[in-house]
Design a protein around this ligand. Sequence first.
Ligand code: IVH
Length: 705
Amino acid sequence: MAAQTEVKLLNKQQAIAELKRLAKAMAEADIAYHRNDTPEISDAEYDTLKKRNEEIEALFPSLKRRDSPSDKVGAPVSSGFSKVKHAVAMMSLGNAFTDEDVADFDVRIRKFLNTSDDQLLEYTAEPKIDGLSLSLRYETGKLVQAATRGDGEVGENVTANALTLGDIPAEITGAPEILEVRGEVYMSHVDFTKLNDNQILNDSKPFANPRNAAAGSLRQLDSEITKSRPLHFFAYALGEVSEVLADTQSGLIQRLSELGFSTNPLMQICESPKDLIKHYAKIERDRATLGYDIDGVVYKVNDLALQSRLGFRTNTPRWAIAHKFPAELAQTIIEDIEIQVGRTGALSPVARLKPVTVGGVVVSNATLHNEDYIAGRDSFGKPIRDGRDIRIGDWVTVYRAGDVIPKIKDVDLSRRKINSQLYVFPSICPECGSDAIREEGEAVARCTGGLICPAQAVEKLKHFVSKAAFDIDGLGAKQIETFYMDQWVKAPADIFTLNDRIGSGNLQQLQNFEGWGAKSAQKLFDAIKSKEHISLNRLIFALGIRHVGESSALTLARHYGSWDTFNEAMENARDHNGPDWDSLNAIDGVGGVMAATLVDYFHESKTRAALQNLVKHLQIIDVAAPTIEGSKVGGKIVVFTGTLEKMTRAEAKAKAESLGAKVSGSVSAKTDIVVAGPGAGSKRKKAEDLGVKVLSEDEWLALIG
Ligand code: IVH
């Protein structure tokens, strides 16, 4: 594989091409792995592609493909087996690569559940078996169906084959009416070697690794062949069940073992991220002696009620994560440290490395994150790398952990030159010379030049015309750069006056540009004209306000409905208090930081002028709140007040909004329902005075079912 452009340096065109390439490569890899059981790339390489795809999608949300690999698990089923729709989707797991990722996992969970740091939160930690997952459905104790994961929704029916495995009981006693047991089919190292010896003797192709041997053996159309292959099964989770089996993950594993399933003996209950990492280290140490392949350690919240509260993201659970074993490491020299300036003015340091091969890929850049990271501190001032700073000329160990942009693991001080200089982070923007300031509590230094900083202005304009924003045909990153340099477009509003300034009579000017003809110029003006009609969410996203991504823009648009309402609310909230401020903060998905950034953005006088200038060229299309089929609260304005006892505020809001309700922080005549828990005060009273329906938490839960 050749050296690849760092994600941050990709322009839109390159990103489109790259996403296409990644989707194709991953689809091919999926088919090779899941369907044909002959992987063409290593797991680490696959993780690398996946991470790169995710990073590009995060940077260019609008370019996310319909067939994006990040929405997929595995490969569609092959044709040889009948299809099985899983009663409960077979999910994938999110990955952690570093100790910090594990700490973040715990922080995220505690935040979601509103659990304080000193409250005990138990996890289980167990090996991540490198095999293929299988779902076993028992009805009244009889195995009626065994299905592979397939694409997560639909798998292959391999019941006859599964019945040949010694670890899979055909019948169990004492099981609930419906019980789906999920786990991993794998082959031991010893059996793998024997099988491959046999394959060679019989002039058959040997398998690349035990996982492929297991997958290839289970997915045989003739179950006699499967029977002749020594496959094993570890049970570790449930699908559909008609009855609760246990209160905890560890209790569940115990119960599954009592029912006759093999479970992994290395599972342990841990009480903190530190404990998890300790057990991870133990499993990693023992890895080579287990006799079967594992590729990491899976952590799960032990309490099953909490698992169910935490629920799932698109295709991974919030309550579990896979801590992968590290990818490869390499040593190299930092030849230079460069500073890049982004759309929001953030100064990002990048290490230019002497090219080195890490896991089969040549790398020449590494992210250095921010000033503290270079100095050897984390964002709380605590030492990282034992406080070792990073300097130009240093020898460093770089690693790629499912990541194309490599990271720096450590600095080798023994190889540091005596005359090496401490790296001084710039206090002025390298692009425009304005002061670069780090605000209190911020890790990142930002250029204060705003639109006078060409890097920021151009990046903002590129964002404005990007796919999920105004998406103007013929006006991409390249054209924006030229138009900006020629001073034709310095602010978004200039795009809409371009025709008046250089169109018709003056068209020649544009035609003088390389690559422009009369036709393409006219096409551009038509495309711009057609985008004078723009939906509110696209407009909000296009403004490029910090923290406001595509989905937040949609949330805001759905909440406020029209530009005038939105604009007025932002203006009213300028002092960070009052009803409009409260209701902004009460929107699910809008945190305090985003609220403050938004309001301050709208309050800034130059921005206000630029906005007024822009919107006068536009017809902004209102956005309606979503209606949810069958929801009794769709479109209703709901206020939660007092203490909720069955769920956190965040959960209550998320649930209500998922049912199409609008959650507001203040009661008015427009409010439809007030859900009042104990301790509710003035809001409850106001609701009663206004004749607004007041429900207890239980009544609310009954209403939403
Ligand atoms: S729990 C909701 N536990 O890893 C998903 N999965 O990368 C629950 N895997 O699809 C999965 N060992 O095939 C779990 N101890 C373990 C596992 C494990 C291997 C596999 C499983 C899953 C994949 C995710």
